[in-house]
Design a protein around this ligand. Structure first.
Ligand code: NAD
Ligand code: UD1
Length: 335
């Protein structure tokens, strides 16, 4: 029995392959490499010593599933494949709806054709919009979602919920990630953004390594401890482990889980933590708020702990160390 991992060559996918191997699962990867490269998969194989069957193709390509299912005994699917840039989704909404929503729809149809009815979907804290309360629990109402990217996540969630209502055999876990950062502790795999990073940690590491001059801190006038934005950062290996626990505890119907640490860290606290953990300087300046940003976003991950037996164990210091270990050993990512 194998797990089909769509988007398995990406940042979270590669780290999840490592944890799946450690837990004894066989994985088959489907990825079109639109935001990743084969080197990442080679590095995963180097870490785990496992061989993964890799299908280079699109989740919307119905033909590719014929080969995948003929050649493998697939039992469940972890669905990471998707485009994830908020800014790009504002400029190219059609492309995002096509790739993420239509792609997911076709994937689920093809799985159902073969009676594969266990699915784990990568959702995001972005579905809560400006959260009604913090710490955010899974029953927090969804808010106004500021980007087409976020809307694709929410719409796919809704689609999967309706499918589960109609088919009682469907087991589906919607994992709402908070802010994944860090890298595998080997330093061989990590986050490798194509252009100038949008997210905080890759921006910090690129400043530290000298690829970018200074960090811009977006706003110091939020209603938070020090005025800068607060987020729930989670080590990508803890997040990856959350997928393994979700897979081990699949149940009929749709289950929603927040995957975060439950702790909020501000931008300025993160800069300080990074400098202290690694003994490197991160010059920064304060600038205006970034449109669409919320002041504070952190979760209660109590439900995942209770139902999945999962809890994040790596602290901010470890996240900073591992993010830097990856960046300094791979100053240009996988290139
Ligand atoms: P990533 O871009 O590194 O990985 C996504 C992978 O999917 C890439 O390898 C890409 O080539 C592939 N892909 C994209 N569209 C595809 C398609 N149509 N067919 C086949 N492959 C396709 O991103 P990531 O950070 O690893 O994120 C994985 C998932 O988690 C995404 O769905 C993302 O939206 C979601 N997510 C990420 C974050 C985050 O902060 N990284 C937060 C919340 C949710
Ligand atoms: C962003 C996305 C969100 C997505 C998430 C994970 C936006 C508006 N939101 O969330 O949809 O699910 O990434 O991919 O893009 N910051 C700086 N300087 C920087 C970068 C960030 O000060 O150069 C600040 C931000 O204002 C925020 C914090 O750092 O307070 C974290 O930002 P980021 O890493 O982009 O994540 P989110 O904004 O939480």
């Amino acid at each position: 029995m194998a797990v089909l991992v769509t988007g398995g060559a990406g940042y979270i996918g590669t780290h999840t392959l490592v944890e799946l191997s450690a837990a004894g699962y066989e994985s088959v990867v489907l990825d079109n490499l639109s935001n990743s490269c084969e080197t990442a998969l080679e590095r995963v194989m180097e870490i785990t010593g496992d061989n993964y069957k890799f299908y280079k193709g699109d989740i919307a390509d119905r033909e590719i599933y014929k080969r995948i299912f003929e050649e493998n005994d697939i039992d469940a699917c972890i669905h990471f494949a998707g485009l994830k840039s908020v800014a790009e989704s504002v400029s190219f909404p059609l492309h995002y709806f096509q790739n993420n929503i239509i792609g997911s729809l076709i994937l689920v149809e093809e799985l159902f054709k073969r009676n594969v009815k266990k699915l784990i979907f990568s959702s995001s804290a972005t579905v809560y919009g400006e959260p009604a309360f913090v710490p955010i629990t899974e029953d927090c109402p969804k808010g106004e979602i500021p980007s087409p990217y976020g809307k694709t996540k929410s719409m796919i969630e809704e689609m999967l919920m309706d499918i589960a209502k109609a088919d009682r055999e469907f087991s589906c876990a919607l994992l709402r990630y908070f802010n994944p950062i860090g890298a595998h502790e080997s330093g061989r795999i990590g986050e490798d953004p194509n252009d100038i990073p949008n997210n905080l940690m890759p921006y910090i590491t690129q400043v530290a390594v000298g690829r970018l001059p200074r960090l811009r801190v977006f706003g110091d006038d939020y209603d938070t401890r020090d005025g800068s934005g607060v987020r729930d950062y989670i080590h990508v290996t803890d997040l990856a482990d959350g997928h393994v626990k979700a897979l081990q505890n699949m149940k009929k119907g749709v289950s929603v889980y927040n995957l975060g640490t439950g702790n909020g860290t501000s931008v300025l606290e993160m800069v300080k933590a990074f400098q202290e953990a690694n003994g490197v300087d991160v010059p920064y300046y304060i600038t205006d708020r970034r449109p669409g940003d919320v002041g504070e976003c952190y979760c209660s991950a109590a439900k995942a702990e209770k139902e999945l037996g999962w809890k994040a164990t790596r602290d901010i210091n470890k996240m900073c160390e591992d993010a830097w270990n990856w960046q300094k050993n791979n100053p240009n990512g996988y290139r």
